[in-house]
Design a protein around this ligand. Structure first.
Ligand SMILES: *[C@@H]1O[C@H](CO)[C@@H](O)[C@H](O)[C@H]1NC(C)=O
Ligand SMILES: *[C@@H]1O[C@H](CO)[C@@H](O)[C@H](O)[C@H]1NC(C)=O
Ligand SMILES: *[C@@H]1O[C@H](CO)[C@@H](O)[C@H](O)[C@H]1NC(C)=O
Ligand SMILES: *[C@@H]1O[C@H](CO)[C@@H](O)[C@H](O)[C@H]1NC(C)=O
Length: 466
């Protein structure tokens, strides 16, 4: 027997109301002089049945005497026969018909049956008449701590927003214990945290898990496995215990702002790129997820040229820099633009610790494209008298290299043998002169196609000779 079972023995005598009345009647009729004292609910009557200990501890296999039925009329001469009937009579409980001692033969399990309802009779052996009214009584099975607590409703999962204030309720765990909740501490349960402190704690009696840390950060750890132990006997040693694991997931709140990974992004784009071309993309990192990581980008074009614009890639939240106006390397080779990222949805609770915006610089270099020479006019129209002398200058075409290299230009008459016999062009300065007399009556018009070609520096055939 464990120490816990030192407990005042409650002698359970439960007269059913009918029995009490009949006893009362019997007392009045048959026992004229006696005093039926101590009240109807008292444990002992002066006349009538006497019994004491009528409870038995469960799980005890030793046969033993658990109590005795005795009538006050029993003079000890075995003149009375005691009879036991009702639940378990004869199987579990036997009565010594002479002494009234009640024996138990079997081990009982309170969790299966907590009490037995029996009837006692006391018969005068001589007359065969009852000397006491038939009475009903209860043998109570007394609890021992033979059941461990068990968690119910497992598995436990919960999710709470990160940064929740301390004391936020997470979830309640519940265990049950089959032992007698009314007897001792056998079924008195106490919850404690085995794993999960200091972030979470549990209310010892209710099993309610609450946060016990002011700013649990999802970005540090998204999932917590909290192990809760429940112990009976109010947690004292020698009791039983059980554990349950609670999976707690933190949901995101916008407690992080964007951060550019570099303080300068350099892009290059060819001057010939059409409007709408993607120049490059920048990414402002945000430790949050979902809407809390959504980003708006803006350009702070220091020269207000409006040559570029930025839009957010909805899938990646990158800032895509796009060409908004045509470029010309020869007029502007370099743009320096500030770019700012700001969270689309700002949580004002965290404005004191976070601006939810970041700024960095963009350098966009315009790359030269080797553009063909450009004539000073789309066409030239010259007039010359038909009797002009050979060698007469007819006119001059002008062309220049639009590239920064400003290569020198050489001029040629296109591959027309007939015209080449009539005109010649100075390859260096574009002056056209006559090499054969003209005849207006043969041809009043001569259409001459001139080709302008850039020349690179002599001996420089490969790369970057400018
Ligand atoms: C971000 O852009 C959206 C749509 O362009 C706009 O509605 C929202 O107000 C912007 N948010 C911020 C913080 O600028
Ligand atoms: C290109 O070079 C020529 C001389 O070869 C010069 O007259 C002209 O001004 C130059 N043009 C530019 C744009 O530098
Ligand atoms: C071009 O060069 C020729 C000599 O080859 C000269 O006669 C002519 O005047 C020049 N033209 C110009 C516009 O300088
Ligand atoms: C030369 O071009 C003009 C204008 O395109 C045209 O009217 C004329 O007939 C052409 N002359 C010859 C000989 O091809």
């Amino acid at each position: 027997m464990s120490g816990c079972c030192v407990f005042p023995v409650i002698i359970m005598i439960a007269f059913m109301s009918g029995s009490v009345e009949s006893e009362l009647r019997l007392s009045r009729q048959g026992l004229s002089d006696n005093k039926l004292t101590e009240g109807l609910h008292g444990f002992r009557v002066k006349r009538g049945w006497i019994w004491n200990q009528l409870s038995v501890e469960e799980e005890d296999p030793t046969p033993k005497i658990i109590g005795q039925l005795k009538s006050t009329y029993d003079t000890g001469e075995f003149a009375i026969r005691y009879i036991l009937s009702g639940e378990g009579a004869g199987e579990i409980f036997n009565i010594d018909e002479f002494s009234g001692e009640i024996h138990i033969h079997k081990s009982l399990d309170r969790e299966k049956k907590a009490f037995y309802m029996l009837h006692a009779e006391a018969i005068d052996r001589r007359t065969g008449h009852p000397v006491e009214p038939e009475s009903e009584f209860i043998i109570k099975v007394q609890d021992i701590n033979d059941n461990a607590p068990q968690f119910i409703n497992e598995p436990y999962t919960s999710s709470i927003p990160e940064m929740s204030p301390m004391g936020t309720t997470v979830v309640q765990v519940t265990a049950i214990d089959a032992d007698d909740p009314m007897f001792g501490n056998n079924a008195k349960l106490i919850y404690s945290v085995l794993q999960g402190e200091p972030y979470f704690s549990v209310e010892p009696k209710t099993g309610i898990i609450v946060t016990s840390w002011p700013n649990i950060d999802r970005e540090a750890s998204e999932k917590y496995l909290v192990v809760i132990q429940v112990k009976d006997m109010l947690g004292s040693t020698g009791g039983y215990s059980a554990t349950a694991t609670v999976t707690i997931t933190l949901t995101d709140v916008n407690d992080n702002g964007p951060t550019f990974q570099h303080n300068l992004y350099t892009f290059a784009i060819v001057e010939s790129a059409p409007v709408g071309t993607t120049v490059g993309s920048v990414m402002a990192e945000d430790a949050d997820v979902g809407v809390n990581a959504r980003m708006n980008y803006t350009l702070d074009d220091l020269e207000e040229s409006a040559t570029f614009r930025v839009q957010t890639d909805p899938a990646t939240q990158e800032g895509i820099v796009i060409l908004a106006r045509p470029l010309d390397y020869e007029s502007k080779r370099r743009f320096v633009i500030a770019i700012e990222a700001i969270n689309s949805f700002v949580d004002t609770r965290f404005l004191s610790v976070n601006e939810f915006r970041d700024r960095t610089m963009l350098k966009i270099l315009v790359m030269d494209v080797d553009e063909p020479p450009v004539f000073s006019a789309p066409f030239y129209e010259w007039k010359i008298l038909e009797n002009a002398l050979v060698g007469t200058l007819v006119g001059t075409v002008y062309a220049r290299d639009p590239d920064a290299a400003n290569n020198s230009i050489r001029f040629f008459i296109s591959n027309n043998i007939e015209l080449k016999n009539i005109f010649r062009i100075d390859a260096n300065n574009g002056t056209v002169s006559l090499v054969k007399p003209l005849d207006r009556e043969t041809a009043a018009w001569q259409n001459l196609t001139v080709i302008a070609k850039e020349t690179s520096h002599p001996g420089c055939k490969c790369c970057g000779c400018r």
